[in-house]
Design a protein around this ligand. Structure first.
Ligand code: DQA
Length: 137
């Protein structure tokens, strides 16, 4: 089973960025943990800070992969284009957030991704990604 994790802007700084909100582990380290936990999956990871690159990646993988786990980060709350891309592809997308966005500022309460997603996992820290993977099994 081919699953890709796609992370949006500033998630390359996990471990350094607002550790009280996002924890002190880098995504690269956490990704190693996920690969060891799910050795039978073909798991890949992509991160970009650029909206068009995220849309391009969704289009590239979105007709052949078995699952996409998408944390569009700040673009979640702003990007009609990423929301449209999620609806345009056939691979199911699970939306993920590390923090509980509903406990935070009002502008984080709306997502352009959720209406096209298979489901949403949020608020469990990095474990949200693990739970999203399990939803595909
Ligand atoms: C986030 C929540 C977003 O509101 C924020 O802009 C992020 C990360 C999360 O994983 O909790 O960058 O998607």
């Amino acid at each position: 089973m081919k699953i890709i994790i796609i992370n949006g802007p500033n998630l390359n700084l996990l471990g350094k960025r607002e550790p009280d909100v996002y924890g002190d582990t880098s995504f690269e380290n956490y990704f190693d943990t996920l690969q060891s936990k799910f050795p039978n999956l073909e798991l890949t990871y992509y991160q970009s800070n650029i909206e068009g690159e995220l849309i391009g990646k969704l289009q590239n993988v979105g007709f052949t992969y078995d699952g996409i786990i998408l944390n569009a980060a700040a673009y979640t709350h702003t990007s009609v284009g990423i929301g449209d891309a999620v609806k345009a592809i056939t691979t199911p997308v699970v939306e993920v957030h590390i923090s509980n966005t509903f406990k935070r500022e009002d502008f984080r309460h709306h997502s352009y991704i959720s209406s096209g997603a298979k489901g949403v996992v949020l608020g469990f820290g990095l474990q949200s990604y693990d739970l999203a993977i399990q939803s595909f099994l």
